[in-house]
Design a binder for this molecule. Structure first.
Ligand SMILES: [Ca+2]
Ligand SMILES: [Ca+2]
Length: 225
């Protein structure tokens, strides 16, 4: 038992995953912006509102962000975006919490995405990576669903845009009937500034050195030569 404790302590000491601070400001949507800006530090387009506990219990703090399409029959895009400085060669991880409420459930025409867009000094997009922040058809209702997206900033990067997108497709994209529904967002974080993990002890290649690599080692060891 004492040996096991020592091994876990040693593993923690060599861990090289990113555990830095959140590079985003107001990632929990607690602070309102001035004028037509719904949330401080975020630019917004389309139907973006602050939701309080009367609509959904926030994942963090008291408020979350609510987006919904116009349900006009045409495509309707909702956008929250924030730009922060970034450094080429370093790894960035975007974490989002999203909820699909059964009381205002998302129709199949809604695509809910989180996106990173790495930009050069001329503000040109160098690389776009994205993931479904929530899948209306397969993720559970009425619970905060966490999704993560990681990427290494390409050569020439000086900044990265975080995009939170609620795209409602319309008749032109095969959805003559729009089910409507809202996406709720909270506790968005972007952590970076670390080089990708190159420690050879990361046997399973997931960017962290931990017990799962020890387990993989023991499996290989047990197989012999
Ligand atoms: Ca919040
Ligand atoms: Ca690993």
């Amino acid at each position: 038992m004492r040996l096991k404790s020592f091994i876990i302590g040693a593993i923690a000491a060599v861990a090289c995953s990113a555990h830095g601070q959140n590079l985003l400001s107001n990632g929990s949507f607690e602070t309102a912006g001035p004028g037509f800006v719904t949330f401080a530090n975020w630019m917004n387009f389309g139907n973006i509102f602050a939701a309080d506990s009367g609509e959904v219990i926030a994942q963090d703090g008291a408020l979350s962000a609510k987006m919904f399409g116009a349900s006009s029959g045409a495509q309707s895009d909702q956008v929250l975006t924030q730009n922060v400085p970034a450094t080429a060669g370093e790894q960035y991880t975007l974490t989002t919490y999203c909820q699909n409420l059964s009381a205002d459930a998302l129709g199949a025409e809604n695509i809910i995405l989180s996106q990173l867009v790495f930009r050069d000094a001329g503000n040109n997009a160098l690389e776009v990576v994205e993931t479904n922040a929530i899948n209306p058809m397969t993720d559970p209702l009425d619970t905060w669903v966490m999704k993560q997206l990681s990427a290494v900033a390409p050569a020439g990067t000086v900044s990265v845009d975080v995009f939170l997108l609620h795209i409602q497709l319309g008749a032109d994209q095969g959805f003559p009937t729009q089910g409507g529904g809202a996406s709720f967002w909270d506790n968005v974080s972007l952590v970076g500034g670390d080089a990708p993990c190159t420690n050879p002890a990361d046997l399973n290649g997931d960017g962290e050195v931990n017990f799962f690599d020890v387990s993989a080692f023991l499996t290989f060891y047990g197989q012999g030569c």
